[in-house]
Design a protein around this ligand. Structure first.
Ligand code: 13P
Length: 256
């Protein structure tokens, strides 16, 4: 029996106004808003959380943010805290995305503080790890993933880990149309499951969803989602249109 319900999460990145986001979610709610056998999360930009949250009220679709600051409040111009996200009924938060790491200089140590802050505030982290093309070509993929995972999850308890979601996103596959092969993805997912087992014990690791992210589309999703340790997807481009996102959700339903 599979202990893990599949999860399809949309990372809208810096796309959609509050009105556009609400309109997209209204379409999702109308088509897949009552599903219970697959989890769905949408992660709009901060300014659209409120309108999107309102549009998904009464549905099973959950609301996620794309980042947070580890402190609850204070002099951090331009930042948003976990309690602020909770006040808008956000339940999930993407942390450690490669764009935050590479474009905004986020270190493993800083990401770790964010993960701990999310956990403390009952937000489920969608914690991202993944290697660059240069790292893959140098044969360093597993080492890089291990370092990011262990450093990012330092101090997370076994009890807290039960609420964790991990996303493996090979940087070279993000927004490039170049998807990892199922073997490449499954190898890293299984490796991550092993690391989670060492950190949190086997029963906990067996319950943690590990999503794949990087050019996942309706055409390649069924094969990826059929892999033993691929428990869903973190979707960028294909989450911006209702039709492709719904198709991905249906692929997850079919793969469950
Ligand atoms: P794409 O699906 O656009 O490749 O983006 C993946 C991603 O970065 C999701 O977080």
């Amino acid at each position: 029996m599979n202990l893990r319900k599949k999860l399809i999460a949309g990372n809208w990145k810096m796309n959609k106004t509050p009105a556009d986001g609400a309109a997209l979610v209204a379409e999702l709610v109308a088509t897949v808003g009552k599903l219970t056998d697959v989890d769905i999360v949408v992660c709009p930009p901060f300014v659209a959380l409120e309108s999107v949250g309102r549009a998904l009220e009464g549905s099973t679709v959950k609301l996620g943010a794309q980042n947070l600051h580890p402190e609850a409040s204070g002099a951090f111009t331009g930042e948003i805290s976990a309690p602020m996200l909770r006040a808008l009924f956000t339940t999930h938060v993407i942390l450690g995305h490669s764009e935050r790491r590479s474009l905004f200089g986020e270190t493993d140590a800083f990401i770790n503080l964010k993960v701990l802050a999310a956990m403390k505030n009952q937000l489920r982290p969608i914690f991202c790890v993944g290697e660059s093309l240069a790292e893959r070509e140098a044969g360093a993929t597993l080492k890089v993933v291990q370092t990011q995972l262990e450093a990012g999850l330092e101090g997370v308890s076994k009890e807290q880990a039960a609420g964790l979601i991990v996303a493996y996103e090979p940087v070279w596959a993000i927004g490039t149309g170049k998807v990892a092969t199922t073997d490449q993805a499954q190898e890293v997912h299984a490796f991550i499951r092993g690391l989670l087992t060492n950190l949190f014990t086997e029963p906990v690791a067996q319950r943690i969803r590990i999503l794949y992210g990087g050019s996942m589309k309706p055409a390649n999703a069924p094969e990826l989602l059929a892999q033993k340790d691929i428990d869903g997807g973190l979707i960028g481009g294909a989450s911006l249109e209702a039709r492709s996102f719904v198709e991905l959700v249906k692929a997850a339903v079919a793969a469950k």
